[in-house]
Design a protein around this ligand. Structure first.
Ligand SMILES: NC(=O)c1ccc[n+]([C@@H]2O[C@H](COP(=O)([O-])OP(=O)(O)OC[C@H]3O[C@@H](n4cnc5c(N)ncnc54)[C@H](O)[C@@H]3O)[C@@H](O)[C@H]2O)c1
Length: 361
């Protein structure tokens, strides 16, 4: 079978560390074009991964006949995604889908018009450890409390593992302009009363949208947000309501300087506790560990299951290939990604505005 020809837009960290290595390794794909605003990045990446077509304007990439699917690996996704869908290309879009519901809706409408396959890169949903742990959690009939905890580490810890090319050649004014546009979108999405919590909202979208996605994958959508508290400008505590006496405590933040990755989802039942512990996502092939605590023959036992070395980022691309070939809908849909943005907004809006001083703003 002919490989799916992929054009990659945005050749920064995650493209270099994860997506391009798998896209160039897997026989299901051939990378036919790469695009980045930075000449230094696009040239170096094109050279390293053997891609001769190198563009700086994504309009040039999405209009190419030798591109079947576009990987949207930029920070802002709507512009690229809408143009690629309009050109009839299938879409792989990194998380979060956008910084507002309006951005998500623009992408969803463009994809519906074009009838292409579109998937969000929530790779943890394709992690075999997550799949195993989530199935165990779903089999528990008495879960009262779910706890999701993600305190990201100092991200520079993983950088020495890789040889990365950075976009040092871009004019600072261009970067400032794009950051200002994203900030304006985030503030508008939150509304005037909560706009000052934009950094916390950014933490939810950039880091913890993964955790909203794994929670949704295992337990579906919550009925609402019962409580939210801005512990600091970048740390959030929320309680989500799952009805029938079931709650989820959701803790997310970027401040910790731990040398380990600190991300778990835990389900507490009456007879057992099941916990999924995720590895640093920048360490390829590190297993996600499922821990089960239960009573056995009159004793408490604790089992640790390092489920698999299969890599979530690699498996999400295999799933994407299957969906493009078969036309079946991806497990990580645009609609779910939109719902994650809506929930993130609700979680921020549940913070009493009287907390403004407490949040350090
Ligand atoms: N799945 C994960 O675990 C994970 C991890 C990190 C990042 N991400 C997501 O991946 C995306 C990229 O993150 P990153 O850390 O690689 O960022 P990055 O800043 O390292 O890379 C982004 C690249 O896109 C380029 N770019 C920006 N606008 C462009 C445009 N209009 N046209 C062409 N190129 C453009 C930049 O020059 C830069 O090289 C984000 O959406 C982020 O949320 C996901």
């Amino acid at each position: 079978m002919e490989p799916i020809r992929v054009g990659v837009v945005g050749c920064g960290q995650i493209a270099q560390i994860m997506h391009l290595p798998y896209l160039t390794e897997l026989p299901q794909f051939r990378v036919t074009a790469v695009c980045d605003l930075s000449t230094a990045v696009v040239e170096a990446v094109g050279e390293r991964f053997g891609v001769p077509v190198r563009c700086r304007d994504y309009a040039d990439l999405v209009s190419r006949d030798d591109v079947d699917a576009v990987a949207v690996l930029t920070i802002e996704h709507a512009g690229v995604a809408v143009a690629a869908a309009a050109a009839g290309k299938h879409l792989f879009i990194e998380k979060p889908i956008g910084f507002s519901l309006a951005e998500a809706d623009r992408i969803i409408a463009a994809v519906a018009r074009a009838g292409v396959t579109a998937m969000i890169g929530y790779m943890k949903r394709y992690d075999p450890g997550y799949e195993y742990g989530a199935a165990r959690m779903q089999a528990m009939d008495d879960v009262r409390l779910i706890r999701v905890h993600d305190f990201a580490v100092d991200f520079s810890a993983h950088l020495p593992l890789f040889t990365l090319v950075t976009a040092d050649d871009l004019p600072p004014a261009l970067l400032a302009e794009s950051q200002a546009a994203i900030e304006a979108t985030r503030r508008a999405a939150l509304g005037a009363e909560h706009a000052h919590l934009s950094e916390l909202y950014s933490t939810l979208l950039m880091l913890a949208s993964h955790d909203l996605a794994i929670l949704r994958g295992a337990f579906g959508a919550p009925a609402g947000v019962r409580y939210s508290d801005a512990i600091s400008p970048t740390e959030l505590l929320s309680v989500l309501d799952y009805g029938e006496g079931r709650r989820c405590v959701f803790e997310a933040g970027v401040r910790a300087q731990y040398l380990w990755w600190d991300e778990q989802m835990t389900a507490y039942g009456a007879r057992e506790i099941v916990e999924i512990t995720f590895p640093n996502p920048y360490v390829p092939y590190a297993p996600t560990v499922v821990t089960i605590r239960e009573n056995e023959a009159g004793s408490p036992v604790r089992k640790e299951i390092p489920v698999s070395h299969q890599e979530a980022f690699r498996r999400e691309w295999l799933h994407f290939a299957e969906c493009v070939r078969s036309g079946s809908p991806p497990r990580t849909s645009l609609a779910d990604a939109r719902a994650d943005v809506a929930l993130a907004i609700d979680m921020i809006r549940a913070i009493p505005v009287a907390d403004r001083a407490g949040a350090g703003h």
